[in-house]
Design a protein around this ligand. Structure first.
Ligand SMILES: Nc1ncnc2c1ncn2[C@@H]1O[C@H](COP(=O)(O)OP(=O)(O)OP(=O)(O)O)[C@@H](O)[C@H]1O
Length: 559
């Protein structure tokens, strides 16, 4: 039984989390089966200068980016969300975080150097190499086993400094890097210090690069308990005014006021207000996994529409080529007449202008190919894409809570109503911690019974397991052995891995056992780790915990 609260309290949240993972897995299948072959056939990567999608794009967790001046409490806020310290954490009154820290879930606690992070095939940080070695030495991964990080990835940024220091000391383009992370983020939290509110040029610069992402921005007026009510009103007003001038969005930014760390409030004057504000912020965070799933669906829809349009364009150009003479001449004529060609394709197939490539760069690309070598239009491809758009995508959307739901109702769908995510330490508001909810995303930090450090690997391995052809939910001994042999490990090592993974000793691999085996093989092959004598508790699948602890007990009792 869960250590804090009954399992039912979390059922809604886990269900949504599972559903969003299922949606991501289905999107990946759709892409591989129906979209990728068309992209390849009509050279989407070349014509749209957009690489083919990899699994990472679908599997990536929602990202939360924290931005603010130095010492506003970004790192303390993350620590508060996680409910614990994390590797590489630096908190202090002086500028402490001089690097971008990406907080990731993983079975062992460690820091990961920026270089490794930016080339890791399973992480969505490829592309950061372009900011140079100076930047990479200021990038760090912090891996820990955390239920919060199972749902989201957090990115802590270096505090924004004032004046010259900002420009001269960094050795890389800070604002460009923030823009890169902002693009990928699902939520951007801008923190301000109520105690020393100052929207400097640098912060304005950072807010500028967040332009176009206004819908993702949430502001926090932190340390609000350090000042009295009257001062707070003034500071709050001044912040809204400055933000209104700096941010181009027509809507007033949502500013959460409070003190976002675990310490008790300095003054209880505004305790009720701060508590409500934290509750609202946690609700905002709780809908992130769902929002991220919707974003992934939308992005794939946009891409499919472009792919379809490209197939029509390429097919049309190919169809215009003469069979014998004058190919080169015809090709040049078509390129020159491209605006008209686009117009007639748009009309003929009833397409949207926004799905067409930018005309000049497309014309330049066309100069590099021979039209007679282009692929002809294949109606089957188009029909498949249409079917994805009209049947599969709406079906996927219906599996998520309705788009028209208010954040409130969405949140209700994610957690049972009486247990909305509430601040982690009710004690700080002068209350007892009896409603403690450890994680706004629905998994309770203390809920050891359901937490499994290999859950991410399990999500990734689901398809490969199914492809191996389990029967009745089990991989036969032969199949399991074949999989292990393919790792190239020594027989003796494989025997040890088998003994650790086949937890129920039935000579077969169910899915959980398969995940554990793959994890152990990977640890030995990729990372050169020794095989442990027993499985670490967080690696044991929840389905096998009772069994293993009973076995341990009977060994202890000498049975
Ligand atoms: N809610 C809070 N109320 C009062 N003090 C706080 C609060 N949160 C953090 N602090 C204090 O503010 C200082 C800065 O905190 P922290 O290092 O978390 O900020 P930061 O924004 O991550 O800074 P940097 O950008 O330099 O890394 C620390 O001394 C911390 O103890």
């Amino acid at each position: 039984m869960a250590s804090s609260g009954s399992p039912e309290r979390h059922a809604g949240a886990n269900e949504v989390s599972d559903r969003t993972a299922q949606v991501a897995a289905r999107l990946k299948q759709i892409y591989k089966k129906y979209v990728y072959p068309v992209e390849k056939k009509y050279q989407y990567d070349f014509f749209f200068e957009s690489p083919f999608l990899s699994d990472v794009e679908f599997d990536a967790k929602p990202q939360v980016l924290l931005v603010g001046q130095y010492s506003v409490g970004k790192t303390s806020f993350i620590r508060y969300l996680l409910g614990r310290n994390f590797p590489g954490q630096r908190i202090g009154p002086e500028p402490t975080t001089d690097r971008f820290t990406v907080l990731l879930n993983g079975p062992e606690e460690r820091t990961i150097p920026g270089n490794a992070l930016s080339v890791h095939p399973d992480l969505p940080f490829k592309g950061l190499e372009r900011f140079g070695v100076n930047f990479l030495s200021r990038l760090e991964g912090s891996q820990l086993s955390s239920s919060v990080l199972r749902s989201v990835t957090l990115v802590d940024t270096p505090g924004i400094l004032s004046g010259e220091k900002q420009r001269t000391n960094r050795g890389y383009d800070f604002t460009k890097v923030v823009a890169w992370f902002a693009e990928k983020a699902d939520l951007i939290i801008l923190l301000f210090d109520a105690h020393k509110l100052d929207i400097s040029d640098e912060l304005k610069g950072a807010i500028d690069v967040l332009k176009g992402h206004e819908d993702k921005i949430r502001c926090i007026l932190n340390k609000a308990d350090q000042i009295d009510r009257q001062q707070l009103m003034r500071v709050y007003g001044a912040l809204l005014w400055s933000l209104g001038k700096t941010m181009s969005s027509p809507e007033v930014a949502r500013v959460y006021v409070g003190s976002f760390w675990q310490e008790p409030l300095k003054s209880m004057d505004n305790a009720a207000l701060f508590e409500m504000e934290e509750r609202d912020l946690m609700k905002d965070l709780a809908v992130l996994p769902r929002q991220s799933a919707v974003r992934k669906i939308n992005e794939l829809v946009k891409r499919i529409r472009k792919v379809k349009t490209l197939a029509y364009i390429v097919g049309h150009l190919k169809s215009q080529m003469p069979t014998l003479m004058g190919k080169e001449k015809k090709q040049q004529k078509l390129i020159q007449d491209l605006p008209n060609v686009f117009r007639s394709i748009l009309k003929k197939y009833n397409l949207a202008a926004g799905d067409f490539p930018e005309i000049q760069s497309f014309a330049a690309k066309l100069q590099e190919v021979k039209f007679q070598e282009l692929a002809p239009l294949n109606q089957k491809y188009i029909d498949d894409l249409e079917r994805v758009l009209t049947d599969e995508i709406p079906q996927l959307m219906s599996q998520l809570p309705s788009e028209r739901d208010s954040p409130e109702t969405l949140c209700n769908k994610m957690t049972s109503p009486e247990n909305m995510p509430i601040p982690k330490a009710a004690g700080k508001f002068g209350k007892k911690d009896d409603h403690y909810e450890g994680n706004p995303f629905g998994y309770d930090e203390t809920d050891q019974e359901r937490y499994w450090a290999l859950q991410d690997s399990a999500d990734r391995l689901k398809n490969s397991y199914l492809q191996l052809g389990p029967e009745g939910g089990y991989l036969s001994t032969e199949k399991a052995r074949d999989v292990l042999l393919r790792t190239g490990l020594e027989k003796d090592q494989l025997r040890q891995i088998w003994n650790l993974s086949d937890m129920d000793r039935d000579g077969l691999f169910d899915f959980d056992e398969y995940v554990v085996a793959m994890f152990l093989c990977d640890a030995v092959v990729q990372k050169g780790r020794p095989i442990p004598s027993e499985l670490p508790a967080s690696v044991v699948p929840p389905s096998k915990r009772e069994l293993l602890s009973a076995r341990k007990q009977s060994a202890f009792d000498g049975e």
